[in-house]
Structure formats: structure tokens, C-alpha cells
Design a protein around this ligand. Structure first.
Ligand code: ATP
Ligand code: MG
Length: 328
């Protein structure tokens, strides 16, 4: 049995990429493990957010977690800002981090590219993420491939702290799935699909209607070759659709390539869309029932309480090791 922690930002509605790369694994990992899942709203405000919009996104994300199969009887589900230990250990982790290593993070570089000014929080996002994980003595962190670098930094920070101040933190391992860890944008298939992409056509949101899903997949960028084969370099658009199709249908990429050998992109895209709709519609149905119920608040209250008890213990141990505050 492993201790698992992961989080999703309420920056918008989770995408198909978030689901296939991360959230789907959150659900399966519940079997035989102790899982803690978080709505990381403090991470979301590292870039500007509309207060009304983020409030709505937090509730939607909570309902989607449950609709996707997170079982509150087995797993803890809570909101990051409701457990103050995250910000507190986040500060400590900032003091253990070096500016140079934070400036090298690709997420920081990507999200600050072309911006006149960015928040200091965007730079110190990874130490807060390290705090999220380390507070729970986490062993395994299911994430998409884009978070690998942050996970490596988390491990470095934990090791650095333990070496300097004494053993406090478990050093976590990433859990990155072999397929689906990097679902690409439908519009620009050389960059990853993202919740906060301003081009809405680039992204399938898990609450998109059947019509929207079909439309977006039909207009996905492919190539002029008119042959369906897997080649991430030469055919990034078709390869991305093959990955999505395979993950949503349970059929292997090889099997799909053979089945669509003599078929056109039009028919292929319609069938990809159908497989996506088959995966998302039962989630959407459960979501619509949950979003109306009071159950959601009860689950989040209980989750925050349980998470706090665990997090407080690690935070106190780290403060003690550092010698800050008063000790008897
Ligand atoms: P944002 O653009 O606001 O950063 P995001 O789509 O990157 O949104 P996050 O909340 O940052 O979503 O990430 C949640 C989880 O989803 C993380 O584990 C991340 O690695 C994973 N993930 C994000 N994008 C993809 C993707 N395109 N393919 C697979 N996994 C992904
Ligand atoms: Mg992200």
C-alpha cells in the first residue's frame, strides 16, 4: 500500500488531457492505496483569475473528481487553501529552493513567455507543489509528463532538507503513465493540451457537449498525407488522435492503424470523437447529479479536516527541525 497525493488546478474545466494523463489514474490507484487528492486553488492564482470564475471552477472540479470515480469513503478530497499548512510549508520550501533552479523550470518559462510582468508566485509555484506533496509523506505522485521536472525538484528539495536538518520528509516517486501522459493540443499538436489555452478549439473539456467534441475533433490539425499511421515527429496530429482513440476505446494503436488503413481522415475523426463521447458522457451524467447536491460541501469539509490533521504533523516536524517558533 502506497501513500498517493496529486492535485488539479481550478483554472478551468479539466481537459481530456488532464483526465487521460492524470485523473483516470487517480481513480484506479484508489485500489489498495491511501489516496489524497487536492483542488490546488493557491496554484491557480499564480496567474490572474476572476474571483467569480475560480469559485465556480472549484465547485465544478470537486464534482468532476467524484463523477470520474474518486470515492470519498476511501480517499481524501479537499481544497488546498482550506488547509493553511500548504502555504506555510510552501514558504519553508521556498527558503530551501535556489532562484536559479526555479528559473530553469520549463513551466515557468512557458507561462511567462511573452508576458510583460509575471507574479513572483509563478516562479515559486514548484516549492508550493513540493509542500503539497511532502506534507503527506507521499510515496507516489500520479501526474502527466509536464510535471516530471517539478517532481524531480520536489525530490531534490526533500533530500536537501533531510540532509541539512534531519530526516523529516519521505522522498516521493512520480507515476507517469506510459500512454496518455502528454495529450497534445488539437490545434497545435506539437504543444500540450492545456486547460488555460486561450484557443478553445485546441482543447476538449470534460464537460463539452457531444456536438462540441465532434466539431473540435473534426477540425483538429492533421497533415496532407492522408494516411493513418503513428509517427509523433512527422504526423503529430494523427498520432495524438490515435493515442486518444486508443485510450478511449481500449484498442491498441497497432490495431487501430490496421483497422483504418484504407480509410480517410473524416471517418477516422468521427470514430475518435465517438470513443471520446463514450468515455465522457457517463462522467457528465454523474457530474450533473452531483453539482446540485449538498453532499459536495460535506465531502470537502471532511476532506479538509482529515488532511489538516496529517499535514499539521509534518509541518510541526519541519518547523522543529529548522528550530523556528518556541519549543519546550
Ligand atoms: P493549466 O494550463 O492551467 O496549467 P493544465 O491542463 O496543465 O492547466 P493542471 O491543473 O496544471 O492542468 O494539471 C493537472 C494534471 O494534469 C497534472 O498531473 C498534469 O501533469 C496533467 N496534465 C496536464 N496537461 C496534460 C496533458 N496535455 N496530457 C496529459 N496530462 C496532462
Ligand atoms: Mg498545468
Amino acid at each position: 500500500m502506497a501513500k498517493i497525493f496529486s492535485g488539479v488546478q481550478p483554472t478551468s474545466i479539466p481537459t481530456l488531457g488532464n483526465y487521460l494523463g492524470a485523473m483516470r489514474n487517480f481513480v484506479t490507484l484508489q485500489d489498495g492505496n491511501e489516496c489524497i487528492y487536492c483542488i490546488v486553488d493557491e496554484h491557480a492564482i499564480t496567474v490572474p483569475q476572476d474571483p467569480k470564475e475560480i469559485q465556480k471552477n472549484i465547485h465544478n472540479l470537486a464534482a468532476l473528481y467524484l463523477a470520474m470515480g474518486i470515492d470519498p469513503k476511501r480517499s481524501i478530497l479537499f481544497i488546498q487553501s482550506e488547509v493553511p499548512c500548504h502555504a506555510q510549508l510552501g514558504w519553508i520550501m521556498q527558503c530551501v529552493s535556489y532562484m536559479g533552479e526555479l528559473e530553469r523550470m520549463t513551466q515557468f518559462k512557458d507561462k511567462s513567455k511573452g508576458k510583460q510582468s509575471v507574479s513572483a508566485g509563478l516562479l515559486t509555484y514548484p516549492p508550493l507543489m513540493a509542500a503539497d506533496i511532502l506534507l503527506y509523506q507521499t510515496e507516489l505522485v500520479p501526474v502527466g509528463a509536464d510535471q516530471k521536472q517539478h517532481l524531480e525538484l520536489t525530490r531534490d528539495l526533500a533530500e536537501r532538507f533531510n540532509k541539512k536538518y534531519g530526516q523529516v520528509f519521505t522522498v516521493p516517486e512520480p507515476y507517469i503513465p506510459p500512454v496518455g501522459a502528454r495529450i497534445m493540443s488539437l490545434a497545435e499538436p506539437t504543444k500540450k493540451m492545456s486547460k488555460s489555452d486561450t484557443n478553445r478549439k485546441a482543447t476538449i473539456f470534460t464537460l463539452d457537449s457531444e456536438k462540441e467534441i465532434l466539431k473540435k475533433i473534426k477540425s483538429a490539425t492533421t497533415d496532407d498525407e492522408a494516411s493513418i499511421r503513428y509517427d509523433r515527429e512527422a504526423k503529430p496530429g494523427v498520432s495524438n488522435l490515435l493515442d486518444i482513440f486508443s485510450l478511449c476505446s481500449g484498442r491498441s494503436v497497432d490495431e487501430l492503424v490496421t483497422a483504418y488503413q484504407n480509410k480517410g481522415y473524416g471517418e477516422f475523426k468521427t470514430d475518435v470523437a465517438e470513443s471520446v463521447i463514450n468515455v465522457l458522457s457517463p462522467i457528465q451524467e454523474r457530474y450533473h447529479n452531483l453539482i446540485e447536491s449538498d453532499e459536495l460541501d460535506e465531502i470537502l469539509d471532511e476532506g479538509a479536516e482529515k488532511a489538516y490533521a496529517m499535514a499539521k504533523k509534518t509541518l510541526s516536524e519541519s518547523e522543529q527541525a529548522l528550530g523556528i517558533g518556541r519549543r519546550n
